[in-house]
Ligand binder design. Structure first.
Ligand code: TRP
Length: 335
């Protein structure tokens, strides 16, 4: 059976190493697996669940597309497009809103975290976010979804919604239950100055993260300044439990090199950070440098990005429309 992969990144971020290692780099690996069709979306409908500046939203949408391309997503093989250009997402989301139950959404921890004490004042869209995410996936009958650890619960909800639709409308097997693809050493990339926090675009300290728009010099400087401790490099992974910053750097090294965490620990066992950090910096320059350069080149040519996104939207629409039409038929809509 062919695998159909769907995933999305929100155009809200200054993209950083966490977005790259946790998502975009894996999009490229999946694209290169034989028998796999990949659909990669810039999810602007999700972005507006919290207030956005329209001009920034447009610029950041191009930036995510540029990152996909710079990382090696090939628009002649994979589909790259913007969510709001394919109206089937929003249409299916409405139908699925009538399948999902309030109680299911009330359990979503991400909503609770994002809304905080102000749940009453958050947008209805923020509450409904996971249903739109389910629609993104199901409107292509995608079978596999690479996501970060934090999206696991949303993926489970998408499976529940798919299963419930299939039973409620008596269409056994109509929507496949999508499998999450989670993991790899860098499923979570942490803050370079505080290994207990996630690397985040919103941290005021710029040296807490590596941005994909940083120059190579800045990249090297941030790695050299990354927080560590006074001990030598560990000899066993078990020693990393109470050394979160060191653990993070080792996982970054593993993800960039394709080695396992164990192999990286073995290679540097007992060494000082004066040895490890320059090696990590070299590796980062070698693997991220070309992505950063390519990204700058794409961003210099927005017309090229726009053309790719336009073609992508047509292809995405051609996949989604027949599935949406069958869904409407199952529901009993007149046509
Ligand atoms: N919620 C995802 C995130 O923040 C982005 C996303 C939206 C997504 N729709 C999706 C990811 C569908 C996978 C599939 O990371």
């Amino acid at each position: 059976m062919t695998k159909r992969v769907f995933s999305g990144v929100q155009p809200t971020a200054n993209l950083h190493l966490g977005n790259y290692l946790g998502a975009i780099k894996r999009f490229v690996e999946l694209q290169n697996e034989p028998g796999t069709e990949c659909i990669y979306c810039v999810v602007d409908l999700h972005a507006i669940t919290v207030p956005q500046d329209p001009e920034k939203l447009r610029a950041q949408t191009r930036e995510v597309a540029a990152a996909y391309l710079a990382a090696g997503v090939d628009p002649s093989r994979s589909i790259i497009f913007v969510q709001s250009n394919v109206s089937a997402h929003a249409e299916l989301a409405w139908i699925l809103n009538c399948v999902a139950r309030m109680g299911w959404l009330e359990r979503m921890t991400q909503f609770k975290d994002k809304a905080g004490k102000n749940a009453e004042r958050s947008s209805v869209g923020l509450f409904d976010y996971p249903v739109l995410m389910a629609a993104d996936i199901l409107v292509y009958k995608a079978t596999h979804v690479p996501v970060g650890e934090d999206q696991k619960q949303h993926l489970e909800l998408a499976r529940d919604i798919a299963a419930r639709f299939n039973t409620d409308f008596n269409v056994e097997g109509f929507f496949p239950l999508p499998d999450p693809i989670i993991g790899g050493p860098a499923a979570r990339v942490m803050n370079l100055q505080d290994g207990l926090k996630k690397m985040s675009k919103s941290d005021p300290a710029d040296n807490s993260r590596i941005n994909l728009t940083d120059s190579v010099d800045v990249l090297v400087r941030k790695i050299k300044k990354a927080k560590t401790d006074m001990l030598p490099m560990p000899s066993h992974v078990d020693e990393l439990h109470d050394r979160p910053e060191v653990d993070n750097l080792i996982r970054i090294y593993a993800a960039l090199s394709g080695l396992s965490k164990e192999a990286v620990v073995a290679e540097f066992a007992g060494a000082g950070f004066g040895v490890f950090k320059p090696k990590l910096a070299d590796l980062a320059v070698e693997s991220l440098g070309p992505v950063m350069t390519a990204m700058a080149r794409y961003l210099d040519d927005p017309a090229q990005i726009d053309a790719i996104l336009r073609t992508g939207a047509e292809r995405a629409n051609a996949c989604a429309q027949p599935i949406l039409a069958e869904t409407k038929k199952a529901v009993g809509f007149w046509s």
